[in-house]
Design a protein. Structure first.
Length: 145
Protein backbone atom coordinates (compact mmCIF):
# COMPACT_ATOMS: atom_id res chain seq x y z
CA UNK A 1 0.00 0.00 0.00
CA UNK A 2 1.36 3.39 -0.97
CA UNK A 3 0.92 6.37 1.31
CA UNK A 4 0.18 9.62 -0.48
CA UNK A 5 0.92 12.82 1.37
CA UNK A 6 -1.54 15.66 0.94
CA UNK A 7 -0.06 19.14 0.53
CA UNK A 8 -2.97 21.61 0.24
CA UNK A 9 -0.76 24.55 -0.78
CA UNK A 10 1.32 22.58 -3.28
CA UNK A 11 -0.81 23.50 -6.30
CA UNK A 12 -0.93 27.14 -5.20
CA UNK A 13 2.86 27.23 -4.76
CA UNK A 14 3.43 25.54 -8.13
CA UNK A 15 1.13 28.01 -9.88
CA UNK A 16 2.80 30.97 -8.18
CA UNK A 17 6.25 29.67 -9.11
CA UNK A 18 5.16 29.17 -12.75
CA UNK A 19 3.61 32.64 -12.80
CA UNK A 20 6.80 34.17 -11.40
CA UNK A 21 8.88 32.26 -13.95
CA UNK A 22 6.66 33.44 -16.81
CA UNK A 23 6.69 37.03 -15.56
CA UNK A 24 10.46 36.98 -15.16
CA UNK A 25 10.90 35.57 -18.67
CA UNK A 26 8.63 38.24 -20.15
CA UNK A 27 10.33 41.05 -18.30
CA UNK A 28 13.77 39.80 -19.22
CA UNK A 29 12.96 39.65 -22.93
CA UNK A 30 11.59 43.17 -23.29
CA UNK A 31 13.36 45.92 -21.40
CA UNK A 32 10.97 48.64 -22.63
CA UNK A 33 7.86 46.98 -21.19
CA UNK A 34 9.40 45.81 -17.94
CA UNK A 35 7.45 46.79 -14.84
CA UNK A 36 9.85 45.18 -12.35
CA UNK A 37 13.53 45.78 -11.89
CA UNK A 38 13.69 43.40 -8.93
CA UNK A 39 11.44 40.94 -7.11
CA UNK A 40 11.16 41.03 -3.31
CA UNK A 41 10.76 37.76 -1.43
CA UNK A 42 7.23 37.17 -0.10
CA UNK A 43 6.13 34.59 2.47
CA UNK A 44 2.46 33.56 2.54
CA UNK A 45 0.84 31.96 5.55
CA UNK A 46 -2.74 30.82 6.02
CA UNK A 47 -4.18 31.23 9.50
CA UNK A 48 -7.58 30.38 10.95
CA UNK A 49 -8.68 33.99 10.41
CA UNK A 50 -7.12 34.76 7.03
CA UNK A 51 -4.00 34.98 4.93
CA UNK A 52 -0.80 36.78 5.85
CA UNK A 53 1.66 38.09 3.25
CA UNK A 54 5.13 39.21 4.40
CA UNK A 55 7.30 40.98 1.85
CA UNK A 56 10.96 41.81 2.45
CA UNK A 57 11.36 45.35 1.13
CA UNK A 58 14.27 46.88 3.07
CA UNK A 59 15.23 50.36 2.00
CA UNK A 60 11.80 51.06 0.49
CA UNK A 61 10.07 54.08 2.02
CA UNK A 62 6.48 53.63 3.10
CA UNK A 63 5.32 56.37 0.73
CA UNK A 64 6.90 54.43 -2.18
CA UNK A 65 4.69 51.37 -1.55
CA UNK A 66 1.25 50.75 -3.05
CA UNK A 67 -1.12 47.88 -2.29
CA UNK A 68 -4.19 47.36 -4.45
CA UNK A 69 -6.81 44.68 -4.79
CA UNK A 70 -8.32 44.33 -8.24
CA UNK A 71 -10.65 41.52 -9.32
CA UNK A 72 -9.32 39.06 -6.72
CA UNK A 73 -5.65 39.87 -7.38
CA UNK A 74 -3.50 41.43 -4.66
CA UNK A 75 -0.88 43.78 -6.14
CA UNK A 76 2.15 44.89 -4.17
CA UNK A 77 4.27 47.46 -5.93
CA UNK A 78 6.87 50.01 -5.05
CA UNK A 79 10.35 51.27 -5.75
CA UNK A 80 13.69 51.51 -4.04
CA UNK A 81 16.12 54.12 -5.22
CA UNK A 82 19.76 54.35 -4.24
CA UNK A 83 20.50 57.77 -2.74
CA UNK A 84 24.26 57.42 -3.09
CA UNK A 85 25.95 59.13 -5.98
CA UNK A 86 27.28 56.83 -8.65
CA UNK A 87 31.01 57.00 -9.11
CA UNK A 88 32.07 57.99 -12.60
CA UNK A 89 35.70 56.97 -12.22
CA UNK A 90 36.87 53.56 -11.06
CA UNK A 91 35.02 50.35 -10.33
CA UNK A 92 32.06 50.12 -8.01
CA UNK A 93 30.22 46.99 -6.97
CA UNK A 94 26.46 47.22 -6.49
CA UNK A 95 24.68 44.09 -5.27
CA UNK A 96 21.46 45.50 -3.82
CA UNK A 97 18.75 45.70 -6.43
CA UNK A 98 16.99 49.01 -6.95
CA UNK A 99 14.20 50.36 -9.07
CA UNK A 100 10.55 49.34 -9.36
CA UNK A 101 8.95 46.05 -8.39
CA UNK A 102 5.53 44.44 -8.76
CA UNK A 103 4.26 41.24 -7.17
CA UNK A 104 0.80 39.82 -7.89
CA UNK A 105 -1.10 37.15 -6.00
CA UNK A 106 -4.48 35.70 -6.92
CA UNK A 107 -6.48 35.37 -3.73
CA UNK A 108 -8.54 32.24 -3.06
CA UNK A 109 -12.33 32.47 -3.01
CA UNK A 110 -12.32 32.25 0.78
CA UNK A 111 -10.48 35.59 1.03
CA UNK A 112 -12.58 38.60 1.96
CA UNK A 113 -12.15 41.78 -0.05
CA UNK A 114 -13.07 43.88 2.97
CA UNK A 115 -11.03 44.50 6.09
CA UNK A 116 -7.56 44.16 4.59
CA UNK A 117 -4.81 45.86 6.56
CA UNK A 118 -1.11 46.45 6.08
CA UNK A 119 1.77 47.18 8.43
CA UNK A 120 5.30 48.26 7.54
CA UNK A 121 8.01 47.73 10.15
CA UNK A 122 11.81 47.37 9.83
CA UNK A 123 11.70 46.72 6.08
CA UNK A 124 8.99 44.05 6.27
CA UNK A 125 5.57 44.75 4.76
CA UNK A 126 2.85 42.60 6.35
CA UNK A 127 -0.55 42.40 4.67
CA UNK A 128 -3.42 40.59 6.41
CA UNK A 129 -6.34 39.43 4.29
CA UNK A 130 -9.26 38.14 6.36
CA UNK A 131 -11.30 35.10 5.42
CA UNK A 132 -14.99 35.41 4.74
CA UNK A 133 -17.52 33.07 6.21
CA UNK A 134 -18.02 29.94 4.19
CA UNK A 135 -21.10 30.07 2.05
CA UNK A 136 -23.12 26.95 2.51
CA UNK A 137 -25.19 25.52 -0.29
CA UNK A 138 -28.87 25.83 0.36
CA UNK A 139 -31.49 23.43 -0.79
CA UNK A 140 -34.03 24.63 -3.33
CA UNK A 141 -37.46 23.15 -3.04
CA UNK A 142 -39.05 21.96 -6.25
CA UNK A 143 -42.70 22.78 -6.71
CA UNK A 144 -45.15 21.06 -9.02
CA UNK A 145 -47.61 23.03 -11.14
Amino acid sequence: MNIIQHHPWRLFNDLQRDDDRLLTAQLGSSGADSRSDWVPAVDIKETDDGFEFRADVPGVHQQDLAITLDDGVLNIEGSREDTQEVETAGFKRLERMRGKFLRRFRLPETASHEGLNADYNNGVLTICVPKQEKKHAHRIEITCN
